[in-house]
Design a protein around this ligand. Structure first.
Ligand SMILES: Nc1ncnc2c1ncn2[C@@H]1O[C@H](COP(=O)(O)OP(=O)(O)O)[C@@H](O)[C@H]1O
Ligand SMILES: [Mg+2]
Length: 389
C-alpha cells in the first residue's frame, strides 16, 4: 500500500484565468512519474470573485495597458498582489478541506496567479503574492511559472501543453485539446507514448469578447448564462469577417495573447462596429456576433496551423459551458468531432488548475515544464520559483 503522506505527491493547483471569474483550485494526486504519469482529481473548488474583486483585477490590466497610473496606482497594484495572495490561500485551504486532507498532507501548492500583463517574448507578469500563500497555508508554494520560458525567448504560453501531452493524449490517435477560458488555447498532441512535436498556441479570444460584450450591454450580468442571449440573436456577418482580419489570427505560432489586445477598448470598438454595420442590431445580435467571431477564429486557426491528423477535439474551460459557443464551434469545425473534456476525463473547469499542479510536480522533480518547440523558448526549462512554507 502506498501512503500518500509518505510519498507526498498530492499537490494543489491554483488558477485565476483571464476571464477574472474567480479562482479555480484543484487537489490532485500524482502517481508515477516520467513519461507515463497519471493524475487523479481529489477535489475541485471554484471561488468566484465578487464584482468588486473582478473590477480591481480588470482595472489593474486596463491601468497598465493605458500606461496610466491613474487607473492602477503602484500602491493599488502591490496591495492587490498581497490581497490576491490571501484569496488564493483561502481557495487552497478550501480545496484541501474538500479533499478530506489537512495542509501537512499536501506536498506543495502550485499557483499561477493572475496575469496583469503579457507581452511575450518581452515580458509577462502574474500577481498573487506567494509569500502570503505560504504564510497562510504553511505549505511550500511554487509560483511564477511563465517568466522562465519568456526569459528563454519563449511565449511563456500555453503552459498546459505538457499536461495535455502527458496526461490527456488519446491512445493511438492525435488529439486537439482546446481550452476556452478568457483566451482560447489549443494543444495538438500525438498519440500517448508517441514522441512527436506538440503544436500549441493561443487561438485568440475564448470568452473574453463574449463576456465583455455582455457586460457592456447588460450591466450586472457577468456572462451570457447558457448562451441565452446569443441563441436569440443573429450574427452580423460583416463584423465577423472584419474582426477575423485582426493580424493576430494570421500570425503563425509560436504565439500568445491576452487582455492587452482583447481589452475593454477592443470590446467597445466591437460593439460600435456592430451598430454601424446594422443600425437595428439588438443586444442579442451583438452577442451572437461575438459568439460567431470567437468560434470562427478558433476553426480558422485549426485550418491555418494544424497539419497533424487530429481525430477529435476535446474542449474545456468555461466557454464549453456556453451552448451557443459550443454549437457554433462544432459547426465551424465539422466534420471533426468535438467532445467535452468532462465526458472523457473529469470536470473540465478543473483542467487548468490540474495542469498547474502538474507543472508544480515537474518543478519538484526539476524537470522541464515548457514544451519549448511550442512556446518558442530556446530549450527545455524548469519552470517556477519556490517559496518554502
Ligand atoms: N453556464 C454558462 N453559460 C455560459 N457561459 C458560461 C457558463 N459557465 C461559465 N461560462 C463562461 O466561462 C467563463 C469562465 O471560464 P474560465 O474557464 O474560468 O475562464 P478563465 O480560465 O479565463 O478564468 C465565464 O466568464 C463565462 O463566459
Ligand atoms: Mg476562471
Amino acid at each position: 500500500m502506498r501512503d500518500d503522506r509518505a510519498s507526498g505527491d498530492v499537490l494543489v493547483g491554483l488558477m485565476s484565468g483571464t476571464s477574472a471569474d474567480g479562482i479555480s483550485a484543484a487537489a490532485v494526486r500524482f502517481d508515477a512519474s516520467g513519461e507515463k504519469p497519471s493524475a487523479t482529481l481529489l477535489a475541485y473548488h471554484e471561488q468566484p470573485y465578487v464584482s468588486a474583486q473582478r473590477e480591481r483585477l480588470l482595472r489593474a490590466i486596463d491601468g497598465v495597458s493605458l500606461a496610466s497610473l491613474a487607473g492602477a496606482s503602484l500602491s493599488a497594484l502591490s496591495r492587490l498582489d498581497f490581497e490576491l495572495g490571501a484569496w488564493l490561500a483561502d481557495a487552497a485551504l478550501a480545496v484541501i478541506g474538500n479533499a478530506g486532507l489537512v495542509p501537512r498532507e499536501v506536498r506543495a501548492i502550485a499557483s499561477h496567479g493572475h496575469t496583469i500583463w503579457h507581452e511575450a517574448p518581452l515580458a509577462t507578469w502574474q500577481i498573487g503574492q506567494s509569500a502570503v500563500i505560504a504564510e497562510k497555508t504553511g505549505i511550500d508554494v511554487i509560483s511564477d511559472f511563465r517568466v522562465r520560458d519568456v526569459a528563454a525567448g519563449g511565449q511563456g504560453a500555453p503552459l498546459v501543453a505538457i499536461a495535455d501531452r502527458l496526461l490527456f493524449g488519446a491512445d493511438g490517435a492525435w488529439r486537439a485539446l482546446q481550452n476556452i477560458g478568457g483566451i482560447g488555447n489549443v494543444s495538438v498532441v500525438p498519440p500517448r507514448g508517441v514522441d512527436a512535436p506538440v503544436v500549441a498556441f493561443d487561438t485568440g479570444p475564448g470568452v473574453a469578447i463574449i463576456d465583455g460584450v455582455v457586460r457592456t450591454l447588460v450591466p450586472g450580468l457577468a456572462y451570457d448564462v447558457d448562451g441565452t442571449l446569443a441563441k436569440r440573436g443573429t450574427a452580423i456577418e460583416r463584423v465577423v469577417a472584419e474582426s477575423l482580419a485582426e493580424p493576430y489570427f494570421a500570425s503563425p505560432p509560436p504565439k500568445s495573447t491576452g487582455r492587452e489586445l482583447f481589452n475593454r477598448a477592443y470590446i467597445a470598438r466591437f460593439v460600435a462596429r456592430c451598430r454601424e454595420a446594422h443600425a437595428a442590431a439588438t443586444n442579442e445580435d451583438i452577442v451572437a456576433t461575438a459568439v460567431a467571431f470567437t468560434a470562427r477564429s478558433i476553426a480558422d486557426a485549426y485550418r491555418r496551423f494544424i497539419t497533424a491528423p487530429v481525430a477529435d477535439v476535446v474542449i474545456s474551460g468555461g466557454g464549453a459551458r456556453n451552448p451557443a459557443l459550443v454549437g457554433a464551434l462544432t459547426a465551424a469545425l465539422a466534420p471533426l468531432p468535438v467532445r467535452m473534456f468532462d465526458t472523457v476525463f473529469f470536470d473540465g473547469d478543473a483542467k487548468e488548475a490540474v495542469a498547474f499542479a502538474f507543472l508544480g510536480r515537474l518543478f519538484l522533480e526539476r524537470r522541464a515544464g515548457n514544451v519549448h518547440g511550442a512556446t518558442g523558448a530556446r530549450g527545455p526549462r524548469v519552470l517556477g520559483k519556490l517559496t518554502p512554507a
